[in-house]
Design a protein around this ligand. Sequence first.
Ligand code: ADP
Ligand code: MG
Length: 668
Amino acid sequence: EETIEFVRATQLQGDEVSRRTLRHSKEVGKLSIQAVRRSLPVFPFREELLAAIADHQVLIIEGETGSGKTTQIPQYLFEEGYTKKGMKIACTQPRRVAAMSVAARVAREMGGGGEPLGIRFEDCTSERTVLRYMTDGMLLREFLSEPDLASYSVVMVDEAHERTLHTDILFGLIKDVARFRPELKVLVASATLDTARFSTFFDDAPVFRIPGRRFPVDIFYTKAPEADYLEACVVSVLQIHVTQPPGDILVFLTGQEEIEAACEMLQDRCRRLGSKIRELLVLPIYANLPSDMQARIFQPTPPGARKVVVATNIAETSLTIEGIIYVLDPGFCKQKSYNPRTGMESLTVTPCSKASANQRAGRAGRVAAGKCFRLYTAWAYQHELEETTVPEIQRTSLGNVVLLLKSLGIHDLMHFDFLDPPPYETLLLALEQLYALGALNHLGELTTVRWEVITLPLTAYSCSEEILTVAAMLSVNNSIFYRPKDKVVHADNARVNFFLPGGDHLVLLNVYTQWAESGYSSQWCYENFVQFRSMRRARDVREQLEGLLERVEVGLSSCQGDYIRVRKAITAGYFYHTARLTRSGYRTVKQQQTVFIHPNSSLFEEQPRWLLYHELVLTTKEFMRQVLEIESSWLLEVAPHYYKAKELEDPHSKKMPKKIGKTREELG
Ligand code: ADP
Ligand code: MG
């Protein structure tokens, strides 16, 4: 039937070693877990690497994805005695899913469930934890309680080439700490990109190269541009399945919704084709996928069948799935961008960079010679893709980072040691906003000790119990509710049952309170379509915040059901994120930007006149996510320095149409 025409263009070169190990790597599936460890490209370099680490304080480690950097190097360090005397090893990952997945893998490799040996992902760190796989953001927060990272003997900043905001900030902080702690070892691990930059930044630290083991990959392009890349993806996967020799397929899409849609379309068509084609296992992987589903992508493909893994960027360099021979790359990714003029952060689907496209292609050449099918033309690759991805620090808002750095005593942000500095206007706007918030004084100094506390003006409204919960729930935001495709109606009903008048912050509070009443039960989560993992994380964050409050001596108090107080307290923290309903829909109060309530919000159909939003995201439109109904008079009460009475007047009060915009049903 339908096919897509691809033309063969270039080839990613393989290398010598890989040709020699071809036979060997095909047998990896049958090896014991220890033999697999010894088969990884990093293994022959174990001694040399440990010697280099002993000799140098900072070492840049460059190695092809899948060579064993993340899972092996921390184990080598452990075996070498770097965790003696109660010291810990940290290894950071830009993504939670990756951190969790590798922590689980390493625990299995080291034997036992992880607990006896103490390999942990953050949620349940104990006294005995020696290897900590964590997100880069978590290590940043460690600086707050331990500014010199005194309990760590080694810090490995992994996936450094991703250049996330948190990783970039870590570079500056760690470089500084390393000066004062000569015994601290710093490892910067990266795929084969950018390593010279890292070396220069760390005063010309040596680069240790782990030679890749890469088979050649043939690159194919489409003849003509594809209008609908999702549909094109589905057609191409089936085409590969039907026409190509055995080997699993990896598809890169941009996010959960797209991935679920693609998986569903694939399953549908396979069902229709029935026994006319061989079995095709369709497996999704994205951040909010429950862990048991995530683990499935690593299971070996049954003989005779073929596996297709539909993934986000996570499979680009953070996770390696064995057995991939074919890569299908539509050439897009979801990217954050920031406009300092409007203060608007947006998440949009944009073409990926050439560097990204080549990393993706490389995934096809790990176990044998592979093929990469790009759903764009060779011309588009040459002329439309950027060389590399712009570091996140240059396309994000910086409020939280500025607060964090200030609370670490770093005052002169303009001269902070950035690998790539953020735009001047973005930094300036962050400072201005924090000043407006009362978080910084006119000298640019922090007015309160702890940054988490700053956004939570707790004392005035005596509802710190509730605010802590809301803050903790917001920190895991957008991953609370589970909405499996086959139980959409049940899941939506369960969610609606949590709705409380007043808005989404109260809904979050409601979910947490009920969960706490159930004894923090996982069964309760399951029955209510709530993600247990996210809830457990919210509980951890809440405990952390509670600890911080204790330290700044703010007592705990509850509003006893008087939710107006909770809403006012939130307004006091987020007064600069407000919108009002006008004749032509919602507009942000200060910038007059057109915005919309997210269809998942509990207020979607209510359309209250004044709103506070937690964040703005641009997908198909500018959506406000997590919204709260407020009164304009509260704004004058909590932020008289920011608002003038005139701005908050309602020119045509009372005569507002009840409903503006489409209902959920109309949106589909
Ligand atoms: P790198 O960090 O250099 O990209 P890794 O240490 O992540 O390499 O991966 C080394 C090997 O461990 C890979 O072959 C990968 O397939 C395997 N691996 C990693 N995580 C898992 C997992 N959760 N299950 C099975 N194998 C895994
Ligand atoms: Mg890795």
